[in-house]
Design a protein. Sequence first.
Length: 92
Amino acid sequence: MNKSELCVSIANRVGMSQASVEEVLDAFVEVVLDRLADGEKVQLYGFGTFDIREREERQMYNPQKDAFTTIAHRRSVIFKPGKELKDLREVL
């Protein structure tokens, strides 16, 4: 499912126009990205949690060069599914 298909599905379910749903979805994504950039986590109870994980600098072997290279410290986004999403996995 892509973004436009998602907007159509939500619009049909809640009785809003597709353009309004797309605005809300864009605003949702912007708010989540802003909060993650500020180092906060975003919890949607029942669905899941978006959070930032710190990854330490580490060594990695590159077989093409037959040498170790250093991967720098970085921050990455993780998603931890909530209870309802985990329960859905059991049904599938």
